[in-house]
Design a protein around this ligand. Structure first.
Ligand SMILES: *Cc1c(COP(=O)(O)O)cnc(C)c1O
Length: 371
């Protein structure tokens, strides 16, 4: 009996190291790397991934929410952490855990400054986000002067970076829009510079921005999906390695006679005698119901087993009529970039969604720990 769980997401930290070095090598010396480890490191394993990246010398980490950053600090990660989406009531935790908040609106900027004043905190590191077209979070381009007026009133914060985020960096058809975003961001930098602020870190590229717009690397790039092995183009993805692989086993095999059905709501009806395998992973584990009805397949002994009927909460049934297999055999949900890209493509989604959907019920195992 193997001494790992039947179902597990294998985390390959050597692949992470490979990807980190890939990005290091395409950047000019001096350009920093911020690794995005939000959403459990895109579903992988945030603490293990963050520790490995820290060991590799990553300059910054970023998470979306304060609650994602605290476990990293508790695990001893000392790398600066940018929190992309803090709330006003989280300023205390930012101070307690040395987390660097992104201040994205006048409301949060004022509240944080008021707290620093009340607590006599000086020089607290913060980041300012400029909205150049995504219309999600951030100050307007025209706000640059007013931001500085407000900051100069109290002089309690240390502007670690001013940054923006690209809308469609993966899409060549949106090149003009992207270039306008870069120009607008540059306008903001010019205002800051005229008023004597320029020593902060400038950054606006995510993974595909980094690959497609070398002219916009500025001082730092923010690599999320690329760190886990995926890029917007095959030529780039081929140079990366997937960090996560999802495995399970066949729990049970059934012979189904013509006219019998499989699963809830009789979602599949056999029009001939078939053989099915039950896999202990369902929609509560991150296998979406949209994969059902044959939309996607898993790999069993090198062959594709199509999903039959509806995905259940804890189980999925697949067709193994033409596959030589037995109960206890391994099932590969994905163990290559192509697998993930195909699963995503077949159900009109993207690798990001497949990876981050893998729920916390699925054990994560570091590859070296698997005998
Ligand atoms: C998530 C995120 C990233 C990472 O994007 P990828 O496309 O995964 O590289 C970068 N910057 C911001 C602001 C983000 O929210």
């Amino acid at each position: 009996m193997p001494n790992h769980p039947a179902t597990f997401l294998e985390i390959n930290l050597d692949a992470l190291k490979h990807n980190y070095h890939f990005f290091r090598n395409i950047l000019n010396p001096g350009v920093k790397i911020l690794a995005v480890v939000k959403a459990f490191a895109y579903g992988h394993e945030a603490v293990a991934v963050a520790k490995k990246l820290a060991e590799l010398g990553v300059d910054y980490l970023a998470v979306a929410f304060v609650r994602e950053a605290i476990p990293l600090r508790k695990a001893g990660v000392q790398t600066p952490i940018l929190v992309l989406h803090p709330q006003v009531h989280e300023v205390k935790d930012c101070v307690a855990y040395n987390l660097e908040p992104n201040l994205y609106s006048f409301r949060i900027l004022k509240d944080f400054i008021a707290y620093f004043k009340k607590e006599s905190i000086q020089d607290f590191p913060v980041h300012l986000k400029i909205n150049t077209g995504l219309n999600r979070l951030g100050f307007k381009v025209e706000d640059a002067e007013s931001i500085l007026d407000l900051i100069e009133e109290e002089q309690l914060i240390n502007i670690k970076s001013v940054f923006s985020h690209l809308v469609a960096s993966e899409d060549p058809a949106e090149k003009e829009f992207t270039q306008q975003q870069i120009a607008d961001y540059q306008k903001v930098l010019d205002v800051f510079s005229k008023r004597g602020y320029g020593s902060f870190i400038k950054h606006m590229c995510n993974t595909s921005g980094t690959l497609n717009y070398p002219e916009a690397h500025f001082d730092m790039v923010r690599i999320g999906i690329g760190m886990y092995g995926y890029a917007n183009e095959t030529k780039w993805t081929n140079k990366l390695k997937n960090v996560g692989s999802l495995y399970s086993i066949i729990s049970q095999i059934h012979e189904i006679q013509k006219g019998e059905t499989v699963g809830y709501n009789r979602g599949f009806m056999a029009n001939k005698k078939i053989r099915t395998a039950t896999i202990p992973l369902g929609h509560a584990d991150g296998i979406p119901r949209s994969w059902g009805q044959g939309a996607n397949a898993f790999l069993i002994n090198g062959k594709k087993a199509l999903i039959l009927g509806n995905v259940c909460m804890d189980m999925t049934m697949v067709d193994v009529t033409d596959i030589e297999c037995k109960e206890g055999d391994q099932v590969i949900l994905f163990d290559s970039q192509n697998d993930v890209i195909e699963l995503a493509h077949n159900t009109q989604t993207i690798s990001y969604e497949i990876l981050t959907a893998i729920s916390q019920r699925v054990p994560r195992i570091i590859k070296k720990d698997i005998p």
